[in-house]
Design a binder for this molecule. Structure first.
Ligand code: CUA
Length: 178
């Protein structure tokens, strides 16, 4: 093999690598810009040992409509369930999902949507999303978290606008009529 042949072969492989990297870059660009599939980058810490005493106390879990109209859904991911097991959100409105874990790493995906994040103890996972179609969406844990992992899932109930009625504290739960 002459030196010319070696240089030609190196060029060929250089082009193949450049094209491959270009394709990967294009896929990342299209999925993030056109399909809104982005890795969550919200870095907010919280003490997992006192998770049940602060923002993620039992009374604060689920969906709350604030005085300013902001809708926040708080969920604790723990071995092996999501608390609450069903959350109600309004159709078509942007909701802030805030999640944390007191024990190990969990994950979640809301089937048929781009809601997808890991829930890491010590951090708050935050997602802003609007679900356009009313109905029940399955939300399984997608990070292996122990023996009960496969049983760990919840429901996101997207409530039609006409049936969306926060109570006097701004809370909305799945048990509410409608
Ligand atoms: Cu929680 Cu798997």
């Amino acid at each position: 093999m002459s030196e010319q042949d070696i240089i030609a072969a190196e060029r060929r492989w250089g082009v193949i690598v450049a094209v491959t990297v270009g394709i990967i870059f294009a896929v990342i660009t299209v999925t993030s810009l056109a399909m809104a599939l982005n890795p969550p980058s919200h870095v907010e810490t919280i003490d997992p040992n006192t998770l049940h005493l602060g923002e993620f106390a039992e009374a604060n879990l689920g969906t709350t409509v604030g005085a300013d109209g902001a809708i926040v859904t708080r969920i604790v991911a723990t071995q092996f369930l999501f608390e609450p097991r069903c959350v109600a959100v309004p159709e078509g409105k942007t909701v802030t999902f805030r999640l944390s874990s007191p024990d190990v790493i969990h994950g979640l995906i809301v089937a048929g949507t781009n809601i997808n994040t890991m829930v890491v103890p010590g951090y708050v996972s935050e997602i802003h999303a609007a679900l356009r179609k009313a109905g029940d969406y399955r939300m399984p844990c997608h990070e292996f978290c122990g023996i009960g992992h496969s049983e760990m899932w919840a429901i996101v109930r997207v409530v039609p606008t006409a049936q969306w009625q926060p109570d006097e504290h701004g809370k909305v739960s799945c048990a509410a009529p409608g």
